[in-house]
Design a protein around this ligand. Structure first.
Ligand code: DAH
Length: 366
């Protein structure tokens, strides 16, 4: 009886292996979901091939030897066919792509934002939160707006061709004209203040204030090296109202430093001189590399210089048509490259203008 049962079981298994072999010959699929459906049907845990393995486990030992090999072969053949179908499907997809004439021939890489744009936007963002708006001015300027109205003495060295690029009126004529490439964004101050003074005269409410940032490119006649360039970027800040004090300037700059470099940052103001501010100062921030202890970056001082600032000189207010007995103001000017250097530790200034993608790609995630 037992022998007979074994013989029947063997016969059934043989039939089913043969029938699955026939099905295998006819296995086709048009796409990935169909291939996955076939895999499920035959090879998943409850699949038809797997079921045969379950039944095989019930066979007596002596029968197992006979069926192990054919069953394994069947499984391998199904697996091979599924892999083959997948490859065919991929090849078809690839060949379709090749004939897609609307596709761009070269893959387009994702662009990155320039580090100077990132820093400029961040500066604007920080000051816009305390009411500063952005003003623009021309890069090709006249002597009046760059120097004269900003209280530069007529013989000031900045007016020398050594320091400033003057525009020649006629080709080949070396004589300097009063048209030049602006050497600082302070020139935009004079334009903005003049326009504001005019609007003040017309306005009934004289309690208004002027709060602007002037970002832009500036030019100086310098030999290009790792530490100097003939053009760079500045952001000028200006606040004019009644009763503006040096304390207002200090608090505004402290707020900026903490927002830009972190809440631990401290500032220090050192007396300085600029023709357009009185008193004038230069601002240092505590070195964020060493936390103020002193390192190679801050040359052992614990401080790093980041900007110039001061109270707008009354002469400048008057030259723009603002009554310096009623109004006062503060101004500051910072170098965007300088801040970018501090944030990203860029050792060579030239990298900012060379547009080398290996440099720019490093700012992909910023
Ligand atoms: N214009 C100055 C420069 O280019 C920077 C500067 C210093 C701007 C002090 C200011 C200021 O507004 O108050 O070096």
């Amino acid at each position: 009886m037992r022998v007979l049962l074994n013989a029947i079981m063997s016969e059934v298994l043989k039939d089913r292996i043969e029938s699955l072999h026939r099905e295998l010959q006819d296995l086709h699929a048009a796409n990935a979901p169909e291939i996955e459906a076939l895999r499920q049907k035959y090879l998943s845990k409850k699949g038809l091939v797997s079921q045969l393995f379950d039944e095989f486990k019930l066979f007596p030992k002596e029968e197992k030897a006979q069926w192990g090999a054919p069953l394994n072969r069947l499984k391998q053949e199904f697996e091979a066919r599924i892999t083959e179908l997948r490859e065919q499907c991929q090849e078809n997809a690839d060949s379709q792509v090749k004939t897609d004439l609307t596709r761009t021939p070269d893959p387009i890489g994702l662009g990155t934002r320039h580090p100077l744009s990132l820093v400029r936007e961040q500066i604007i963002d920080i000051f816009s939160r305390i009411g500063f708006t952005v003003a623009d001015g021309p890069e090709v300027e006249d002597d009046k707006h760059v120097f004269g109205m900003l209280n530069f003495a007529p013989e000031h060295p900045a007016r020398d061709m050594q320091d400033t690029f003057f525009i020649e009126k006629e080709e080949g004529v070396q004589k300097p004209t009063d048209i030049l490439l602006r050497t600082h964004t302070s020139s935009v101050q004079t334009r903005v203040m003049t326009a504001w003074a005019k609007s003040l005269n017309n306005a009934s409410d004289a309690s208004s204030s002027l709060r602007v940032l002037c970002p832009g490119r500036v030019f100086r006649n310098e030999a290009i090296s790792a530490r100097a360039h003939c053009f760079f970027h500045q952001v000028e800040g200006l606040y004019v109202a009644k009763n503006v004090s040096f304390a207002d300037l200090r608090q505004t700059l402290l707020y900026f430093a903490k927002e830009m470099f972190g809440p631990e940052t401290q500032i220090r103001l050192r007396p300085s001189y600029f023709p357009f501010t009185e008193p004038s100062a230069e601002m240092d921030i505590s070195c964020d590399l060493c936390g103020g202890k002193g390192c190679a970056f801050c040359k052992g001082t614990g401080w790093v210089e980041i900007l110039g600032c001061g109270m707008v000189d009354p002469n400048v207010l008057e030259s723009c048509g603002i009554d310096s007995k009623v109004y006062s103001g503060f101004a500051f000017g910072l170098g965007v490259e300088r801040i970018a250097n501090l944030k990203y530790r860029v050792k060579d200034l030239r990298l900012f203008s060379e547009n080398d993608v290996r440099f720019l790609q490093q700012f992909e995630s910023c």
